[in-house]
Write a new protein. Structure first.
Length: 308
């Protein structure tokens, strides 16, 4: 089981804070540093000093780290055109020496689109655009050197593209698709994803979502293995007082966190990680919401990561 640190900078984090978390992630032995791709805070927080762009941040972290993988859960297809997005991700992949994973989704938070002047089409159109973006981005990355790439879709047209730059990873960074949709998400995952992620669901619901994607892969005749993963909020303490303190710092209740996330003592969290492993999950993304509490990461590394 790989453990990856997943952050939500839109809730209030400077680049300097993200850098400190990324360096701790690397130094403590975690597999990857991931971040959300949002432009507006959620809930009762200030969000100050304001949002940081996901791919600008990851490009900077690519030069400040040497081992951990870097990626997004999830880049919104509404935020960027597919050609420039393919260029940006390929550039960060080269800057990191081939350590990027590319998580991408439809986008869902309508308020952030309104706040920053980004069009927010219907869900059906967002899925159409996501599928075309996946086809274009992976097509650009996989076009052999010296050849050009063309695409004609309903929403995007690419003509005579040199398909440059190429990512450091042959064929492009691994593609992550997530969500628990019953039909479109499994189909897109089977067609385009290297990894399928279920965010913030209990083990039973996660198992059902995994099975829908396994079924879609069989129906599509896919032979390439799929990596299955889950994202869970994390809140670990050595005792009840420490657990309660960390829960209060992120505005959550301990019983709710124990039910809906990875919360409790290290032993409790290890047991729940075992449940996800039993479902076939190979990777867990630990959503760390208090980015100033590096002692939390140290505890997880010493008492959980070291025992997996």
């Amino acid at each position: 089981m790989k453990l990856r640190i997943f952050t939500e900078p839109q809730q209030g984090a400077s680049y300097e804070t993200l850098l400190s978390v990324a360096k701790a992630t690397e130094d403590l032995g975690f597999d990857a540093f991931f971040r959300s791709d949002h432009f507006l805070k959620m809930g009762d927080v200030s969000g100050e000093p304001g949002p940081t762009d996901a791919w600008v941040t990851l490009g900077a972290l690519a030069r400040e780290t040497s081992r951990i993988r870097l990626g997004t859960l999830m880049t919104a297809a509404t935020f960027r055109l597919p050609g420039p997005l393919a260029i940006a991700v390929a550039q960060v992949d080269r800057m990191s020496g081939g350590r990027v994973d590319f998580g991408v989704g439809t986008g869902w938070f309508d308020a952030e689109h309104t706040a920053y002047g980004i069009p927010f089409p219907s869900l059906g159109e967002r899925f159409e655009r996501l599928e075309e973006q996946l086809e274009i981005i992976t097509g650009l990355w996989r076009t052999p050197p010296g050849e050009t790439y063309d695409f004609e879709g309903r929403h995007y047209r690419v003509a005579d593209s040199p398909a440059l730059p190429k990512p450091a990873q042959a064929g492009g960074p691994p593609v992550l698709i997530g969500g628990v949709g019953a039909k479109r998400t499994p189909r897109l995952a089977a067609a385009y994803a290297d990894e399928y992620n279920v965010p913030f669901h209990r083990p039973a619901d996660t198992a059902a979502a995994f099975e829908r994607v396994r079924t879609a892969c069989r129906e599509a005749g896919r032979t390439k293995p799929m990596v299955y993963s889950a994202a869970q909020v994390v809140c670990v303490g050595r005792d009840e007082a420490e657990i309660a303190r960390r829960a209060a710092a992120i505005g959550r209740e301990v019983p709710e966190l124990r039910e809906n996330g990875l919360a409790g003592t290290p032993g409790e969290v290890l047991e729940k990680i075992g449940e996800f492993a039993g479902l076939g999950a190979e990777t867990l993304y630990l959503q760390v919401l208090d980015l100033n509490d590096l002692g939390h990461l140290e505890l997880i590394a010493a008492e959980i990561l070291a025992k997996l």
